[in-house]
Design a protein around this ligand. Structure first.
Ligand SMILES: [Zn+2]
Length: 356
């Protein structure tokens, strides 16, 4: 009824105003929902051949460029091309469908049953508001670093620092100056240049010494200035346990560099490189109880665990179990089967192997 009220007889939207409280909402939702609505074709009585989505993901009308007055004459229903045996297309329509890449024989048609309109993203084809919202909502691109900052192996305190570090909101001098607050602009650790997050965590002499110590502890190549992601990904070839410990170490080194900077400024006490290393090692040792993963039983991994003063979490030893396949008895048939489908209503296949 709504469709009839707001569309002309040829199926176009009306061009004049009619009062309605729900129509603006429907008009807004229609183009968003259209690609997700499909038909299971049986007798095709109600399906508009040109304007409904039935054979492809878009209505056929959108594949063909015709003036508006000619479209008014196109009132064909899909049921017009069905006889009791199935599809019955004239040659020119068959050719047009073929040109559009539609293989009509792949669409099943049962002339004795009613059509079914379905919501494609739902596995049973049912329309639910929750499902429609999930399928059509816009998803923002997520940040790359959440996988690192919210790891189970990190203590929540360290996770919190990592979050601030990744969002680049640590109140370094350059950031405070950019907010319009003038202050003296110098790195407390080396006293050579102005302080910025990039200088403090990678360029400063103290940072370079700490990073080379961290990488040598893990027996990996020195950290170059390629950004935090490359540094965090340096241990992906090691076991999950040591990879977790490396990520803990990276955040812990950054955190203690920041703490050392604050101590110099606020308490006027200086943390030496040895002090920072000891605190990082203590933090890594405390965090080492959190990862659930195991490590490989190799010499290099055991050496790293020893250098970090953490417990070894040896993986389970290999257990070889004997199993065998018994032949089926006489008059018995073994049946192996599997199937898969691409999206709802998409191409699907099934394969069965019988063995006697
Ligand atoms: Zn510096």
């Amino acid at each position: 009824m709504m469709f009839a009220k707001f569309h002309t007889k040829s199926g176009d939207k009306i061009k004049y105003h009619k009062r309605s409280s729900v129509w603006p909402g429907i008009k807004f939702a229609e183009p968003i929902n259209e690609p997700f609505i499909g038909w299971i074709i049986r007798n095709c009585k109600k399906i508009d051949f040109w304007r409904d989505t039935w054979a492809t993901s878009i209505p056929l009308r959108e594949c063909i460029d015709l003036p508006n007055h000619l479209w008014k004459l196109c009132k064909t229903k899909v049921s017009d091309f069905i006889n009791p045996d199935g599809w019955n297309f004239p040659t020119d329509i068959s050719l047009a469908l073929m040109a559009m890449g539609i293989n009509i024989s792949s669409i099943t048609c049962s002339p004795n049953l009613d059509n079914l309109q379905i919501w494609q993203p739902d596995i049973h084809g049912n329309f639910f508001i929750k499902n429609a919202f999930e399928s059509t909502r816009t998803r923002l691109g997520t940040a790359w670093w959440w996988k690192y900052t919210w790891l189970q192996c990190l203590h929540p305190g360290l996770s919190g620092f990592a979050w601030i570090l990744m969002n680049k909101i640590l109140p370094t001098d350059d950031l405070i100056q950019r907010k319009g607050i003038p202050l003296v602009f110098i790195c407390n650790q080396c006293g050579l240049t102005g302080e910025s997050a990039h200088h403090l965590f990678s360029e400063c002499n103290k940072a370079k010494v700490l990073w080379s110590w961290a990488t040598s502890t893990f027996n990996i190549a020195a950290a170059d200035e390629n950004g935090l992601k490359q540094i965090l990904d340096k241990c992906t070839t090691l076991s999950l346990y040591l990879n977790d410990l490396w990520i803990t170490m990276v955040f812990s080194v950054s955190r203690w560099m920041w703490n050392a900077r604050n101590k110099t400024r606020i308490d006027e006490t200086k943390l030496t490189i040895r002090d920072i290393q000891n605190r990082v090692l203590r933090e890594v040792e405390n965090n080492a109880k959190l990862p659930k993963h195991g490590m490989y039983n190799t010499v290099s991994e055991l050496q790293i665990a020893k250098a970090l003063f953490v417990d070894c979490k040896l993986g389970k030893a290999l257990v070889i179990k004997r199993c065998m396949w018994l032949l089926p008895n006489e008059n018995e048939i073994k049946l192996c089967y599997d199937s898969s489908a691409l999206r709802n209503l998409g191409p699907s296949g099934i394969r069965i192997v019988y063995r006697d």
